[in-house]
Ligand binder design. Structure first.
Ligand code: XMP
Length: 521
């Protein structure tokens, strides 16, 4: 759902020129409690005017400004009187559009660099340096050789004569390095200076103020009508339900479908949280047989996903009809799913069909309510805290919609689900015990469709192998396998082999994403 206005929040626009860090820039701005939005680089001037931003940031990008198809924004954006900060490619673009000269560097500069400040400027105000130098992160093959008129250099590095530039009168700035990445330790302070010293933003974007405004908008939009919401046990749908319940009370109808593909105790936890902790009524549907019947004999990952999606829709539709008179469907869509830009959609959205209630709104003529569509995951967690969600729920690892079905490689049966569920419980317990559970994005077990020979006591065994997948990630789009201490790995493997019937081997998955994905199917 689009809110009519974000008028009460100062807004920063981020134009995406294809950088892998575009989302990170947006998140950094929001960490400073300023609302930010990502837009494609060729956003029309009228649209910018309508959004009336306090400032604009041009992201970096892989292109060279002198390539034929280099992405260009409307040059008029630099004449609107709105402060602009260009990062990397963004700075080269500003220089190019205003008559400076950009050339290929003699040497590509990648990695840490020492930035030497040549003169004071508002971008670097109150930033402590070590003898006039700052550590920054560079990643570029081109550089600005001649500045446009009106500009002056603020800093240089060994290989880059103009590493920070400004036209203070026009409030246009450029940085050749990346202030948004953690490898630039003072980067957030530089961004803060742009937001507060240069754009004059006020810190208004907090989850408390978001909540108040969202509640006002939802109240106006939904009036006295009924909304249904599918709960999955995950943080997104939980927060959507809490938010809506606060606004429309029992006109919100929550449905929780137990598809038999959940983690141990997950269903009872959801019921407890809603019915006992929050006193929100819940329609609980036991649909285990319905799902397992539809998965019988299916081994292809995409087919599994599709069947689960369809089974879900048919159960949900039936329940919604029983309620009757529903006009809205609430969904936990987040901001990364709605950004229309070049670099923010990773390839993964096309690689696996994600299971959600897609298709339902049209079939049932339901209108969508998506109150989280402007939020990043960490903001949803914060909103959950504001709404009183217990810590364990807020910090929960993501769990895929198709559940354990995509962690049982090969056919999904009750017995095989039981094995992976028992192994999963051990993984969670041991990760928690070792204080690693919160430090990783996900940690789980996968049941492999291979049997291997082992020896138990004096007897030969011939049983299943389980893979352990533990990854660190910012957003699930890229991930790296976690370097778990060997004793933790050892304990998890030991317990799975000893306690889970049917398993005699555990292997550790040491692949990163890309080229692998996080889930195996
Ligand atoms: P992959 O396997 O694509 O997963 O690297 C990236 C993240 O998305 C989660 N995932 C899903 N989440 N429905 C979801 O809601 C799905 O169908 C689905 N498939 C994968 C996965 O757990 C990881 O966090």
């Amino acid at each position: 759902m689009k809110y009519a206005s974000k008028a009460q929040f100062d807004r920063i626009l981020i134009l995406d020129f294809g950088s892998q860090y575009t989302q990170l820039i947006a998140r950094r701005v929001r960490e400073c409690q300023i609302y930010s939005e990502i837009h494609p680089y060729d956003i029309p001037v009228e649209r910018v005017r309508a959004l009336s931003p306090k400032g604009i940031i041009f992201s970096g990008g892989p292109a060279s400004i002198y390539q034929k198809e280099a992405p260009l924004c409307d040059p008029y954006l630099l004449r609107m009187g709105i402060p602009v900060l260009g990062i990397c490619y963004g700075m080269q673009l500003i220089s190019h559009l205003l008559g400076g000269e950009v050339v290929r560097s003699e040497r590509r500069e990648y990695g840490k660099a020492r930035l030497i400040l040549d003169r004071p400027g508002r971008l670097f105000k109150k930033i402590g340096t070590e003898g006039g130098a700052l550590e920054v992160w560079m990643s570029h093959g081109d550089q600005v050789r001649r500045l446009p008129s009106g500009f002056r250099g603020l800093a240089h590095s060994r290989n880059t004569p103009f590493a920070a530039i400004e036209d203070a009168a026009k409030r246009i700035y450029g940085l050749q390095f990346h202030p948004e990445v953690v490898h630039t330790p003072k980067g957030l302070e530089i961004i803060r200076n742009f937001l507060f010293e240069i754009c004059g933003c006020s810190r208004l974007w907090t989850m408390q103020s978001f909540l108040e405004e969202a509640a006002r908008d939802l109240r106006k939009r939904i009036g006295s009508r009924k909304v249904i919401c599918a709960l999955s046990g995950g943080i997104d749908s939980t927060v959507v339900a809490l938010l809506l319940h606060r606004v429309i009370g029992d006109r919100l109808k929550c449905i929780f479908v137990n598809n038999g593909l959940l983690r141990k105790n997950e269903a009872s936890q959801v019921v407890r949280l809603f019915q006992h902790h929050f006193n929100i009524p819940l329609i609980y549907v036991d649909a285990e047989d319905h799902f397992l019947k539809r998965l019988r004999g299916i081994t292809d990952p995409e087919e599994k996903r599709k069947r689960i999606g369809r089974a879900f829709i048919s159960v949900f539709e039936r329940e919604a009809k029983k309620i009757g008179g529903v006009e809205y469907l609430a969904q936990g869509t987040l901001y990364p799913d709605v950004i229309e830009s070049v670099s923010t959609k990773g390839p993964s959205s096309k690689i696996k069909s994600h299971h959600n209630v897609g298709g339902l709104p049209e079939r049932m003529r339901l209108k969508l309510v998506e109150p989280l569509r402007e939020l990043f995951k960490d903001e949803v967690r914060e909103l959950g805290r504001v709404l009183g969600l217990p810590k364990e729920v807020v910090g929960r690892q993501p769990f895929p919609g198709p559940g354990l079905a995509i962690r049982v490689i090969g056919e999904v049966t009750r017995d095989r689900l039981e094995i992976v569920r028992a192994a999963d419980e051990i993984v969670i317990q041991e990760m928690e015990k070792a204080h690693w559970l919160d430090r990783v994005w996900q940690s789980f077990a996968i049941l492999l469709p291979v049997k291997t020979v082992g020896v138990m006591g004096d007897e030969r065994s011939y049983e299943h192998a389980v893979a352990l997948r533990v990854v660190r990630s910012q957003d699930g789009m890229t991930a790296d396998w976690a370097r778990l201490p060997h004793p933790v790995l050892g304990e998890i493997a030991n317990r799975i082999i000893n306690e889970v019937k049917g398993v005699n081997r555990v292997v550790y998955d040491i692949s990163s994403k890309p080229p692998s994905t996080i889930e195996w199917e």
